[in-house]
Design a protein around this ligand. Sequence first.
Ligand code: NDP
Ligand code: 2IT
Length: 441
Amino acid sequence: MSALLKEIKQRDPHHTHFHQAAESLLNSVSGYLDQHPELRTQGLLARLLEPERVIRFRVPWVDDQGEVRVNRAYRVQMNGALGPYKGGLRFHPSVNLDVLSFLALEQTIKNALTGLPLGAGKGGADFDPKGRSDAEIMRFCQALMAEFHHHMGPDIDVPAGDMGVGMREVGYLFGMYRKLSRSFGGAFTGKSLDFGGSVLRPEATGYGLIYFLQSMLTHQNESLSDKTVAVSGAGNVARHAAAKAIEEGATVVTLSDSRGTVHAPEGLDDAHLDAVARIKADGGGLDRLAEEFDGIEHYQGERPWRFDCQVALPCATENELEEDDARRLVDNGCRWLAEGANMPCTAAAVAVFKDSDMLYAPGKAANAGGVAVSGLEMSQNSRRESWSAGEVDRRLRDIMERIHRRCLEHGGDDARPDYLTGASVAGFQRVARAMLGQGII
Ligand code: NDP
Ligand code: 2IT
């Protein structure tokens, strides 16, 4: 283990998610560092792995019964070398500094890979939106913004959505930001089209994932149209990835949520996806999908990885695919895996893929379409323009294809590229150069 990793583990022994992301990054770039020893100077790696700033604050709010509730919120402003801090806000009971730090580190490499002028950050609160009324969600967002508006702005820090934060929440957050800052800047992305949002931002992560997957398949003279695809999750990323895969002719056989998995051997269609959106917005579980439609089975407490597929797209949450799941996928003939979620595969699962014929694409490359379209939303806002769906989609496709090419540059362009090394080196290289050029700060 490198001395730096040892130091990081000793300093924050409970930050196991951050250790996992840091170890993966350091291992992936070690060969490149051997060829570029100048990147080991000026404390570059130690600075890269330490947030520029962390803000932690309380969020007191009043629930519908008149009770005062107190949540804990954070913003990890990780790296500003390439632009304003940029990354989502997550509302989930599991949110803590460890989870947000790993997400902010992944965001640093991902945002660099997009080629856009984006620094990196991540934030959120241990607030559980499940079962909360619309009025409670609004009051919580406003209470969070009462503190956080001091720390953000179009040239400082530009948040967006993540788990538990979609267009509705971004609207409430942005509204309060606008009121308190008295300015209508592009200080959030993922806004409604009614007040400065970009068309296709909700779809961008899922669509971008499929565009990246198509680049992987094309590289091997394969096509998505005859593939069976297992998707996990039932949220923003999962549903749009499934929709685009179906549009491209693939058979999508699973979705999942925190309670279980639905399996549709003949494939899901748009009507199923519309029903999933409705059920999840209602606070329901996927068991309701199986009740509403024939040909769909619900498996309580199960993950999608036991079902036959050639392509796996984990789009739910971190570490949702473990070593046993990885072995089962490989044994069942799965050959491509692209991460829609951030770090959904454990380190042991990734090691299984490495030893197999599977092509594995990490989230920092494969799910970069969301933040890329956020970057396009920032451009549209600062130019006071709004681009058509065709224009945004074309740019998204171009960005995902460019990210794929950059992965091949550094991960090998033979029949079996190492996408993890390719993505890590390409992103690291860009942010490292910017940091070195700006001196020791
Ligand atoms: P959503 O909140 O829209 O959906 C999350 C989904 O994951 C829900 O279906 C949820 O189920 C499920 N889930 C949560 N925890 C678990 C668990 N322990 N086991 C199984 N399923 C679980 O979030 P997003 O779709 O926006 O985000 C999904 C992932 O994609 C996250 O890792 C996020 O960081 C990443 N991502 C998101 C981007 C975006 O633009 N939104 C961009 C890039 C990455 P339930 O409904 O039961 O809670
Ligand atoms: O993980 C991610 O890339 C996101 N949640 C999107 C961040 C953004 O700023 O659009």
